[in-house]
Design a protein around this ligand. Structure first.
Ligand SMILES: [Zn+2]
Length: 599
């Protein structure tokens, strides 16, 4: 361990001047082989003096509710003391290493991490840049999660910039400090040659770090992001940050985001910025992740913090955190003028279509979808559509119902904004803790002056949502253009694979479900007609078929041929839109204008 020996003199000097100091932890990250997707991590632990030290790698990162087993990308972990003597290291479980440190003043760990997964919550390192997802990069000492930590980044020779929400340490180049490991794990780091530009809004200095190039218009982006920042800050009344960093990863085709306390990581399509629809979609992602800096990062369910980095952290309230955020992201776009009334209503109707046309909506309550995110939402399979519902879409619809109910009950004096502002002050600022769902319900009822038990009950059950009961009160209605339509549905989704039509999904309660069609069946022929590579015969047949028709479907399954007899049932899928209510009263219209920020 050469590097450790050369630092010996410096380490000894520090120890000599701080014999009874609190333990200190310092990381140094360097990149010897970025082209092979590796980063070198040196972790120095000073003044701990224990018989042994357990160091741990988180198994997940907050905001993304899946055990990702970050430790699987750790290799070559070694430990030594200040004079360079190797210390015994024993792995005691999947993400814990026990260092027999024999009360050493200084222990240095060296390990390498591999990062080649493109996402906003995993490490990615190549010869052009490194994105460090901190929960997958930095280990913590068991029991010292609340301790401050310094991180020094040594960029690869070809790289010149570091973007992160971490605070720079004065006088130490490329060195940053986190007050504790929760903050470190919440502060992703981008190292490379990103295009960085800044704007100020709501009293906060914002940096946008564009990675991977793209056809974005900087001035337009700055102005549009500033508008979103101002509108979002208006909801909560205060912006708790001084500085905020957007790290944007531009790919050939990209999306998704992850929220953090004072930064976010966004995925985008490199050349999508000049396409209006794609650009507004990107602004929606900006609004979504920015809204989270209050809603989930600070105002949060009691189960989501302090975090357990060793295991799943269960909460039934993701429909409140992600669903409300999904409702407000589009509402922010509407308030900023990026969506007009009709586009906004269509976005809401899309959520209705997604939820109401999914068989799993009849099976899984959205509160349970929240709780089971770890094993269901983040681990979808061929049956997910039959068994689960998204807490994003359904949560957004429940947020809409709450917003409308409060608006109607208070004659437009209050709305969901007021609830969130109040909840932020009550739980985050005053009580300094998370909320329980029933406490949030009580707060809403206090503000609205009416019970919202019906809406919270709808979250805990699979009972139908009363869309029109709430939409009519503000002069709108949900209509189903498929109502009364009598058309048949086979109940499968397929994909064309190498000239074969292969079943990718079977919908619960349809003819295909009852008749035993399986996912992965290859459909060879229907009623004696051989399908071509695009399955046109099947489409043609369905266009002329009627409810109750019998189909003889020839399939290949695991190398064997079978004929299945399917009776076509009624297509129950809706085609929903939200439109102005005919003969709305002036009061209903007034409330609708408040709802949609219309003049
Ligand atoms: Zn979100």
């Amino acid at each position: 361990m050469k590097r450790v020996r050369t630092n010996l003199l410096i380490l000894m000097t520090i120890v000599a001047t701080s014999t009874s100091a609190a333990p200190r932890i310092h990381f140094e990250v360097s990149f010897k082989e970025p082209q092979a997707h590796y980063a070198e991590i040196k972790m120095e632990i000073s003044d701990l003096r224990q018989e042994y030290i357990d160091v741990k790698m988180p198994v997940w990162t907050p905001g993304s509710y899946l055990v990702r087993e970050y430790a699987k990308h750790v290799e070559s972990l070694e430990a030594c003391n200040a004079d360079g003597t190797y210390l015994p290291v024993q792995k005691i479980n999947k993400n814990t290493w026990r260092i027999t440190s024999n009360k050493s003043d200084n222990v240095t760990l060296n390990y390498r991490i591999y990062g080649f997964e493109v996402s906003v919550r995993t490490n990615f390192i190549d010869d052009t840049h490194a994105f460090l997802s901190p929960a997958g990069t930095f280990m913590y000492v068991d029991g010292l999660i609340d301790h401050p930590v310094d991180v020094t980044i040594i960029p690869h020779a070809a790289w010149s910039k570091i973007s992160t929400g971490l605070e720079p340490v004065d006088g130490k180049p490329n060195t940053f400090r986190a007050a504790d490991f929760d903050i470190l794990f919440d502060s992703p780091i981008e190292v490379g040659n990103q295009d960085v530009f800044t704007f100020d809004a709501a009293g906060v200095h914002h940096e946008i770090a564009m990675v991977g190039g793209g056809n974005y218009d900087k001035e337009r982006l700055k102005a549009d992001c500033a508008a979103i920042v101002e509108e979002a800050t208006r909801i909560f009344g205060v912006n708790p940050n001084k500085r905020y960093v957007f790290i944007v990863h531009n790919y050939q085709s990209g999306g998704g985001g992850l929220e953090h306390l004072n930064s976010t990581v966004l995925g985008a399509s490199r050349n999508g910025y000049q396409n209006e629809r794609s650009y507004v979609g990107f602004l929606g992602l900006v609004a979504h992740e920015y809204f989270h800096l209050w809603h989930v990062k600070r105002l949060r369910p009691i189960e989501l913090g302090p975090f357990n980095y060793d295991a799943e952290n269960y909460t039934s309230s993701l429909w409140i955190m992600e669903g409300f955020t999904a409702y407000f992201d589009n509402l922010l776009l509407r308030r900023c003028g990026f969506l007009n009334e009709s586009n906004y209503l269509q976005a809401l109707a899309n959520d209705v279509n997604t939820v109401e046309n999914r068989a799993g909506n009849q099976v899984q309550p959205v509160a349970l979808a929240s709780f089971d995110a770890w094993i269901k939402y983040y681990r979808p399979d061929e049956n997910s559509a039959n068994t689960s519902v998204s807490y994003y879409n359904k949560g957004a619809l429940l947020a809409m119902l709450l917003d409308l109910k409060i608006l109607a009950a208070t004659k437009g004096q209050k709305r969901l904004d007021d609830v969130l502002r109040s909840a932020y002050n009550v739980f985050y600022v005053e009580r300094e803790r998370g909320f329980e769902a029933r406490e949030l319900q009580s707060l809403i009822e206090e503000i609205a002056g009416v019970s919202v038990a019906d809406i919270f009950r709808a979250a805990a059950t699979v009972e139908p949502l009363d869309y029109n009961g709430h939409l009519n009160a503000v002069g709108y209605e949900l209509i189903d253009y498929n109502e009364g339509r009598e058309s048949p549905d086979l109940g499968i989704t397929t994909s064309a694979n190498d000239g074969r039509i292969v079943v990718t999904g079977v919908t619960r309660g349809t003819g295909a479900w009852d008749g035993g069609i399986n996912v992965r069946d290859e459909i060879i022929a229907v009623n004696g007609e051989r399908l071509d590579a695009n399955g046109r015969e099947l489409n043609r047949l369905m266009q002329t078929a009627a409810i109750g028709d019998e189909l003889a479907i020839l399939v290949a399954r695991d190398g064997k041929i079978r004929e299945l007899n399917i009776t076509l049932g009624k297509d129950n899928k809706g085609a929903f839109s939200i439109v102005p209510l005919q003969n709305a009263t002036p009061e209903q219209e007034r409330l609708g204008k408040i709802w949609l920020s219309l003049p």
